[in-house]
Design a protein. Structure first.
Length: 359
């Protein structure tokens, strides 16, 4: 999620109303750099505190066990660990990111949970997408394309399902008093920039032509050299729609956590693995294609437990990296001992509220 597309950081559209409100309760970091412009290396840095060049991760290479992960460390300290993943391709357990999590929900359909490897579900979903496109391009078969699309929840694991998974896990814990570390990964702000049926188009119109449908659903493969300014704006507007939708879903999760009393003793850390380019630099689009700011400037908000004092510095303007997150988490939760991961800590910004919670 690109920081430059968030009202949290001065964007002229109200794309992040929930996040704006949460930031007023915590600390907003204005200059946060992802360690990469695509998913796996950035997430690997989230969990290990290491730079991508120190790690094994690549486009087709998983994270190996050279360095301990935050989940492994916290699990060894008695924390219950659980991950809830929407990006089944680059955040599935087979990427190495699931190491240290006792529970890791990296599949789309709960009833297929016995088929644990994400690829066993992801590949058929990719096949559905290809079949949908094939049928839609043939006028006499469009009705079949529309029928197939209804079986696929927008070609992604939606935020509402991820929310249900973590809330269900919290409800079913046998030791609710045990501290926990939960990783929640959303995928709604990712191409194809399409909302689920019933989603609100706040900034873009619903696609009306085959070309507009292609700009949404085939954005990765559309020839960018042929784009008009209006077509680029349409894709960007649709991306903003996805951000606002995800922000709404985040708000629903936070409201329910607060209603249950979970946030009384729980730290919330909200960030992103990368941003997105829409031609701000000539010819540069998508992500994983450059290290320009649209792709590596990401949001970071840290919200202390509700019972903690307010942070002493609500806004931090110094540049920080997402690789600092594991060190910060450990420092917030523990007051002694050597940190098991490298990186700087955010405790000076968090002030008196540091170490105010358990989760």
């Amino acid at each position: 999620m690109a920081a430059g597309h968030l009202s949290l950081h001065g964007y002229d559209r109200p794309t992040s109303i929930t996040l704006d409100g949460l930031a007023r309760r915590g600390v907003r970091f204005d200059r946060v750099q992802a360690t990469s412009s695509w998913t796996l290396p950035s997430h690997a840095s989230f969990f290990t505190g290491r730079w991508p060049h120190e790690l094994s991760v690549g486009w087709l290479t998983p994270l190996d066990a050279t360095y301990p992960t935050l989940a492994e460390y916290l699990g060894s300290r008695g924390y219950a660990t659980a991950g809830f993943v929407a990006n089944t391709f680059y955040c599935g357990a087979d990427t190495g990111l699931g190491r240290g999590f006792a529970v890791y929900r990296d599949y789309i359909f709960p009833e297929l949970s016995a088929l644990k490897p994400a690829a066993l579900v992801d590949r058929p979903v990719e096949g559905l997408r290809a079949l949908h496109h094939f049928l839609r391009e043939r006028a006499s078969l469009v009705f079949l394309a529309d029928l197939i699309r209804k079986f696929d929840a927008g070609f992604r694991k939606p935020a509402a399902l991820v929310n249900n998974e973590i809330l269900g896990w919290l409800s079913s814990r046998r030791q609710p008093e045990r501290p926990f570390f939960a990783f929640v990964n959303y995928y709604d702000v990712h191409y194809p920039y399409s909302l689920l049926e019933g989603g609100i188009h706040r900034f873009a119109v619903r696609p009306r032509t085959d070309r507009e449908i292609d700009l949404i659903e085939k954005w990765k493969t559309v020839d960018k050299s042929t784009l008009s300014e209006q077509e680029t704006a349409f894709a960007r507007d649709s991306y903003d729609d996805c951000i606002a939708h995800l922000d709404e879903q985040l708000g629903l999760l936070v409201d329910e956590l607060e209603r249950r009393g979970v946030l009384d003793s729980t730290w919330l850390i909200i960030t992103s693995d990368h941003g997105e380019s829409f031609g701000e630099q000539p010819g540069v689009f998508l992500h994983g294609t450059s290290l320009y700011q649209p792709q590596v400037h990401v949001p970071l908000v840290i919200i202390p437990p509700l019972r903690s004092p307010r942070p002493s510095r609500p806004v931090v303007s110094q540049t920080v990296s997402v690789r600092d997150l594991p060190a910060t988490v450990v420092d917030l939760l523990e007051s002694r001992g050597r940190r098991p991961v490298p990186g700087r800590i955010a405790r000076p910004a968090l002030g008196q509220c540091a170490r105010g919670g358990q989760h």
